[in-house]
Unconditional design. Structure first.
Length: 286
């Protein structure tokens, strides 16, 4: 199993890294259309629409994103869209977690499907817009989620249950602890401090997420990192909730050893538009 995970990870890196660091955003945007189509296909199957309907969902999501690309949306500041995403997504995610696994199937299937497609398209637009602005901005957002996950894992393994006897969400993801969440937040703050130092030392042309927040106040850097770390956990929990309701362990088997595309990007889905909100709302431009 470990060998399979490593092989899949190396293949993914061999595909993703050249696209991410290409001289223009085009290769990354094009590759992301394939990934978003796969994620939409998985989502359709998770809400109970398989076969042709799932394939059509993937094609539709890719088409919608391609139309956004063709219309020039990835080059235009969209602070209002990111604000709406926050006003809907933050309480919406908390509400879904509060309702639990049993509450998910009670929602109309069509509403669940539309909500997932909307989340995927919004996250795709935020991701491609961040890449268009600069590699440093997108990479800092991606690393925030990865750091939160890695630090949470080790903090949960080493300290889980030692400070809080109450599990984070036992009915959704029994292995997650509050200590893991706090460890993830602390890890992200450490990454942010180092990244700001690198940005300032080497005068990188495109500021990272962390430097953009820091330049508007050190308090915003702290609050922003804690907030985004928390929302990465929300994204992870919501996908776990949906999978438990569907009775599956992984969103699909597209990535041997890693599950599906949604399994790899679940924490990113809420974070991407919220990160763009933090760096754009109130500034008018990016």
């Amino acid at each position: 199993m470990l060998k399979q995970r490593i092989i899949t990870a190396l293949i993914l890196l061999a595909i993703l890294l050249p696209a991410l660091f290409a001289s223009t955003p085009t290769p990354f945007v094009a590759l992301s259309l394939i990934l978003i189509a796969a994620a939409a296909w998985e989502w359709s199957r998770l809400v109970g629409w398989g076969g042709v309907a799932a394939l059509a969902s993937g094609a539709l999501c890719a088409l919608l994103c391609a139309l956004l690309w063709w219309s020039g949306a990835i080059d235009k500041p969209m602070p209002l869209l990111w604000l709406v995403a926050a006003l809907v997504g933050v309480p919406g995610g908390a509400w879904l977690i509060q309702r639990g696994v049993s509450g998910w199937p009670q929602l109309p299937r069509g509403l669940r499907w539309v909500g997932g497609i909307a989340v995927l398209c919004t996250a795709w637009l935020a991701m491609t817009q961040a890449r268009t602005i600069g590699i440093n901005l997108l990479l800092s957002i991606l690393v925030l989620v990865w750091a939160a996950d890695v630090f949470a894992y080790f903090a949960g393994r080493g300290l889980g249950g030692k400070f809080s006897r109450v599990k984070l969400a036992p009915s959704i993801s029994p292995g997650k602890s509050w200590e893991g969440v706090w460890g993830g937040m602390l890890g992200v703050l450490l990454v942010a401090v180092v990244w700001v130092w690198i940005d300032r030392t080497y005068a990188l042309e495109t500021p990272s997420l962390y430097t953009r927040l820091y330049e508007r106040g050190s308090w915003l850097l702290v609050v922003g990192c804690v907030f985004l770390s928390a929302m990465s956990v929300v994204g992870d929990l919501v996908e776990s909730l949906v999978k438990r309701s569907a009775g599956v362990k992984d969103s699909s088997g597209l990535l041997p050893g890693h599950g599906g595309v949604l399994d790899r990007v679940d924490a990113l889905l809420p974070v991407l538009p919220l990160a763009m909100m933090l760096v754009t709302v109130g500034k008018g431009t990016v």
